[in-house]
Design a protein around this ligand. Structure first.
Ligand SMILES: *Cc1c(COP(=O)(O)O)cnc(C)c1O
Length: 428
């Protein structure tokens, strides 16, 4: 037993010693994943309730994704965009049809998709909206999370993410998330300078903050009225996570059976990443229609790995799985069951729990303690001990986001683990 324990400790010590300390992981060392489960180096099994920040919606090592990845890896992995390859075109045709856009620009990480959208938006502002050079503005929301590059953290309100990384990129205005009046006012004052509105339909990193129901549709309408691009960052919320293919169609009445609802307003730019590759490989994309995407011409933007054959093969399969396994519908149905169960726990254990919120299988349990307290962290340690992996965000919020392939029986099993943990929880 001692020997096994030392193995985990050794991996942790290696990361501590040789890695930059840009994360604060739970002390669990994982070595295998399948479906909703992860196993640590000691062979202990856990439910994954983070899903790599919603990248693994299809479950770990989905056999179809493993096959798509390994088959393509044996044929061709990278050509660069100096030449055509036989995967990119079919991928672009498939994705644009899947999401209803004219064009796609392929990138790798989420932050790159956001950066790409900012560039397209500014260029569109100058060339199409005739904004005077260097005066374009993009409106963002407080408590946003869009990635970690210098430009993106320039409009972050998180002091850890932003502090001492200046000088910052100018050209961004912030409104409180969900505040339509503030958005209306800013548009009335400076619409001729505003090129875009960049928003998360639900703020994931902020702690699964769901805006008022009419915020996204109304904000999108205001964008239309003022000739401002409505840019939806669905890197975390998209691809089934919130109970519909995209969170921007989350207010619809189709019960997740399609991607178009009555209140759906198509974003002028749609940003995807994370689950676009089901955890296999970094793949991100910006989707837009021709009048927007045409501002991009040869030499204006690119990426060595963007649109590589391996990424394309994996992403097509990853989306096909979402459709074939009805994962948005599953997320919608099981999310309701999960929140109902959690609400009962909130009512029963008000000394630890303050509330449950979320949509589909993107949910957060609010811990009844200050953001500086160790309570949420200690609950997560205890959850891990009991076989469920989750991580606090902003100190006192625990996000629960299992792979969307989870079954009702497994969700209930997890509810029992959470109940057992909370009911026996003692402050250290
Ligand atoms: C994770 C995330 C990103 C950044 O994606 P990376 O792949 O980590 O660069 C951007 N926007 C949102 C909403 C995210 O959740």
């Amino acid at each position: 037993m001692q020997e096994v324990k030392n193995r985990a400790t050794r991996y942790i010590e290696l990361e501590e010693r040789y890695g930059a300390h840009n994360y604060h992981p739970l002390p669990v060392v994982l070595s295998r994943g399948q479906g909703v489960y992860l196993w640590d180096v000691e062979g202990k099994r856990y439910y994954d309730f983070l899903s790599a920040y919603s990248a693994v919606n299809q479950g770990h090592c989905h056999p179809r994704l493993v096959k798509a990845l390994s088959q393509q890896a044996e044929r061709l992995t990278l050509t660069s965009r100096a030449f055509y390859n036989d995967q990119l075109g079919p991928y672009e045709a498939f994705l644009t049809r899947f999401f209803g856009y004219d064009k796609l620009l392929p990138m790798n990480t989420g932050a790159e998709a956001v950066e790409t959208a900012i560039k397209i938006c500014r260029k569109w502002g100058y060339e199409k909206k005739q904004i005077p050079e260097d005066e374009a503005l993009i409106v963002v929301c407080g408590q946003n999370f869009h990635g970690r590059t210098v430009t993106i953290i320039s409009f972050s309100s998180d002091p850890d993410a932003k502090g001492h990384f200046g000088p910052y990129t100018p050209g961004f205005l912030s409104i409180p998330y969900g505040d339509l009046a503030a958005f209306r006012q800013i548009l009335e004052e400076r619409a001729e300078q505003i090129a875009g509105f960049l928003v998360e339909p639900i703020q994931g990193e902020a702690g699964v903050v769901v805006p008022p129901k009419n915020f996204i549709p109304e904000a999108a309408k205001l964008c239309r009225q003022h000739n401002v691009l409505f840019i939806a960052d669905e890197i975390q919320t998209g691809i089934g996570r919130t109970g519909s293919l995209l969170a921007v169609c989350g207010n619809c009445t189709c019960e997740g059976s399609c991607e178009r609802g009555s209140t759906y307003i198509k974003p002028d730019m749609l940003l995807l990443g994370k689950a676009l590759s089901g955890g296999m490989y970094p793949v991100s994309a910006v989707l837009a229609d021709e009048p927007v995407m045409e501002v991009i011409t040869p030499g204006t933007h690119g990426s060595t790995y963007g649109g590589n054959p391996l990424a394309c093969a994996v992403a097509v399969e990853a989306l096909q799985i979402i459709e074939d396994e009805h994962l948005p519908q599953n997320a919608r149905k099981l999310g309701k069951i999960f929140r109902e169960y959690m609400q009962k726990l909130v009512d029963q254990y008000p000394q630890w729990l303050k509330g449950i919120r979320g949509k589909g299988l993107l949910n957060a349990l609010l811990i009844n303690d200050s953001p500086d307290s160790k309570t949420a962290w200690n609950i997560c340690l205890q959850l891990a001990e009991n076989g469920l992996l989750a991580k606090p965000t902003h100190g006192n919020i625990i996000r629960f986001a299992p792979p969307l392939i989870i079954s009702e029986e497994q969700v209930l099993d997890c509810c029992h683990i959470i109940e057992k943990t909370i009911s026996s929880f003692k402050q250290k």
